[in-house]
Design a protein around this ligand. Structure first.
Ligand SMILES: Cc1cc2nc3c(=O)[nH]c(=O)nc-3n(C[C@H](O)[C@H](O)[C@H](O)COP(=O)(O)O)c2cc1C
Length: 214
């Protein structure tokens, strides 16, 4: 067995997102591009159009990157409807130990969208998934910086973008595109590292046991 991962299959990453007006969908494409750049096999899943085959893709994925527009300071109703459909999988632990991460986009610069990322992280950890942070320092936070910096809006928990409410889907901010690309790249790398690690060390937390029972 190789320990450098060369014989390990490419990580399978699903991007499960909700977008009503196309802004978050464009950014989901940037996340996908970054993950593919890092060698992942990526499937895009708009969560308001899920088929049985799409659920199979999620169940088989090594990692799932969640995306939602911010509506009313939280996950969109479309994303939340999807989240509630995962109740049985959550109870069964079907997604336990998959990698997870998240991104969101809003009309206002802040727009309360941190709350959307928090909701996503809670959702992922209810599934016992491993949440991956954005992994970038904050941009646009000093006199010498600008809104073309990576992570211009200064998020840590996931990727956050701002798109003018009257913009076309292809008018998302170039810095946000690069930031979201970074998130996809980082998740793919972390997922690959976990896959390689698991090939030499069995998963520590499957089946589910409480610490008291160990
Ligand atoms: C019902 C509704 C609620 C919204 N709530 C917020 C909000 O809380 N904060 C914000 O900054 N923008 C808010 N927006 C603006 C959207 O986040 C923004 O238009 C976003 O780019 C839409 O993404 P989408 O094209 O992927 O649907 C809201 C838009 C709608 C339609």
């Amino acid at each position: 067995m190789s320990h450098n991962g060369s014989d390990i299959a490419a990580p399978a990453i699903a991007i499960a997102y909700h977008s009503r007006f196309g802004h978050t969908a464009t950014l989901a494409d940037a996340v996908a591009a970054g993950a593919r750049e890092a060698g992942a096999a990526v499937t895009m899943l708009p969560v308001d159009q899920m088929t049985d085959a799409d659920w199979d893709v999620l169940d088989g994925a090594d990692g799932i990157i969640f995306g939602s527009a911010t509506y009313m300071g939280n996950l969109s109703a479309g994303f939340q409807a999807f989240a509630e459909k995962t109740g049985r999988r959550c109870a069964n632990g079907d997604w336990r130990d998959k990698v997870a991460a998240g991104f969101t986009n809003s009309g206002a610069k802040s727009g309360d969208k941190l709350n959307t990322l928090v909701s996503m992280a809670v959702f992922a950890t209810q599934h016992h998934m491993h949440w991956v942070s954005l992994g970038l320092g904050p941009g646009w936070n000093s006199s010498g910086s600008s809104d073309s910096d990576l992570n211009r809006l200064g998020f840590w928990l996931g990727a956050g973008a701002q798109t003018d409410v009257d913009a076309n889907p292809d008018q998302v901010h170039p810095s946000d595109v690069q930031t979201f690309r970074h998130l996809g790249w980082r998740v793919a790398i972390v997922t690959r590292q976990l896959k390689v690690g698991r090939s030499v060390t069995p998963a520590a937390s499957s089946p589910a046991v409480s610490s008291a029972a160990r």
